[in-house]
Design a protein around this ligand. Structure first.
Ligand SMILES: [Zn+2]
Length: 408
């Protein structure tokens, strides 16, 4: 290879003094491109710790990095990396412009990996680049951890808390979101009150102030309630309307299940009809629903009440809405629908947080499909062997983090 070709590769890699490309080899059989990078005798380097310059190589260690493919060739860089002896910091490996310490990939290759994992499952990325997925995960963790730590949370005031199952529903992770920035800022294993304590600490360590959190949207679980009351003491609690509604949907389904024991032919395979919003039904399902609604069924009464419940959230005046909800509960109590009565008791036990919605207007729906984003993270992390992988993927997708190497 000619000297000017070497210079071309050197420019393409963005190498600067004292680093030079000294040889380039193609292997047609293995479809491999090998670039050797070196420095001339007598070159000096900086201490990676204090930037003291003029340090000579004390010894060297040969290393290889995977670089961006060159057309159909996998490209690798090889270089002897010098160690320097700084009077203050002793013997240190010098910092390299093309790779970070302890990575087998160049920064540009890592940038490609980070771009790919935003778009497809990690297992697919691993297949595409021909590397084991543990290596891909290692890159993901490095940049996600870095971006998570770099977060500035001083403006966090309205928080949404949600939990999601991992590992086939046996374990849970909790997601804490900044409702104003509409992104997840903290993800942690578990769903007990201690997750709120962990969030409160995390907030403080990142410039935030737990005492400045004024609104929290969460489900009605005792665990989050205890956590928020203890660790976010200034916050007003709003029970997330989607969680509230899901308790009601479950109650309606309980009525249907019980009744279908006696009306099997009428209610068979109708579960989703009662749970979906009417607007989301197919024409056929809607026709069937209309027919059923004319029947004297407990399920119909429960369904009608659950539809009426929605108006509570649609009323604009808080006092009117509260009055409406009291009347709704009275109607439920006058019915013979036990599961709905149980739901009504739950509302009464959590009254302030249910009514609070009309003052705070916060819900986890502000995250525009937090749940669908979490499901996307789950798919992206498919086959994740640990919660740590799952959590990293939630951070990346729900946290909208700018995670990746800075390419000069
Ligand atoms: Zn030093």
């Amino acid at each position: 290879m000619q000297a000017q070709d070497l210079l071309l590769f050197q420019a393409a890699l963005g190498l600067s003094d004292p680093w030079q490309v000294t040889s380039v080899e193609f292997d047609r059989e293995t479809k491999r491109l090998d670039l050797r990078i070196d420095f001339p005798k007598g070159a000096t380097f900086c201490c990676p710790e204090c930037d003291r310059s003029g340090l000579k190589a004390y010894d060297t260690e040969e290393k290889v990095w995977r670089h961006l493919d060159f057309f159909e060739h996998q490209a690798y860089l090889t270089a002897r990396v010098p160690r320097v002896r700084c009077p203050e910091h002793k013997v240190r490996l010098v910092a390299l412009p093309w790779a970070r310490e302890r990575s087998g990939f160049t920064l540009l290759f890592e940038a490609l990996v980070m771009a790919l994992v935003r778009e497809m499952p990690v297992a697919a990325v691993a297949g595409l680049i021909g590397e084991h997925d543990t290596k891909v995960w290692r890159v993901v963790h490095h940049y996600v951890d870095e971006a998570v730590e770099a977060q500035n949370l001083e403006r966090v005031e309205r928080v949404g808390i949600d939990e999601t199952s991992s590992r086939r529903g046996h374990e849970y992770v909790s997601v804490f979101a900044d409702l104003d920035e509409r992104r997840g800022v903290f993800v942690v294993e578990g769903r007990d009150h201690e997750t709120v304590q962990a969030f409160s600490c995390f907030l403080e360590m990142h410039g935030g102030d737990p005492a400045k959190v004024s609104e929290v949207s969460q489900d009605m679980s005792e665990a989050f309630l205890k956590g928020t009351l203890t660790y976010l003491p200034k916050a007003e609690i709003t029970f997330d309307r989607y969680h509230v509604k899901s308790h009601l949907s479950k109650a309606v389904d309980e009525v249907r299940r019980e009744e279908s024991k006696h009306h099997r032919e009428l209610l068979a395979n109708t579960r989703y009809m009662w749970l979906k919003r009417p607007a989301n039904l197919t024409d056929r399902q809607r026709d069937l629903l209309d027919e059923l609604l004319a029947q004297p069924l407990a399920t119909v009464r429960a369904y009608t009440l659950s539809q009426q419940f929605d108006s509570f959230y649609e009323l604009s005046d808080p006092d009117t809405a509260e009055e409406y909800l009291r009347r709704w509960i009275a109607e439920v109590d006058a019915s013979d629908l036990e599961p709905l009565q149980k739901f009504a008791r739950m509302l009464e036990d959590h009254w302030l947080g249910v009514i609070r919605w009309h003052h705070s207007r916060v819900s986890n729906g502000l995250l525009e499909g937090l749940n669908s984003l979490i499901q996307a993270a789950k798919r992206r992390a498919r086959g994740y062997r640990s919660n740590r992988n799952f959590i990293a993927m939630i951070y990346l997708i729900v946290g909208k983090l700018n995670a990746g190497p800075v390419i000069a």
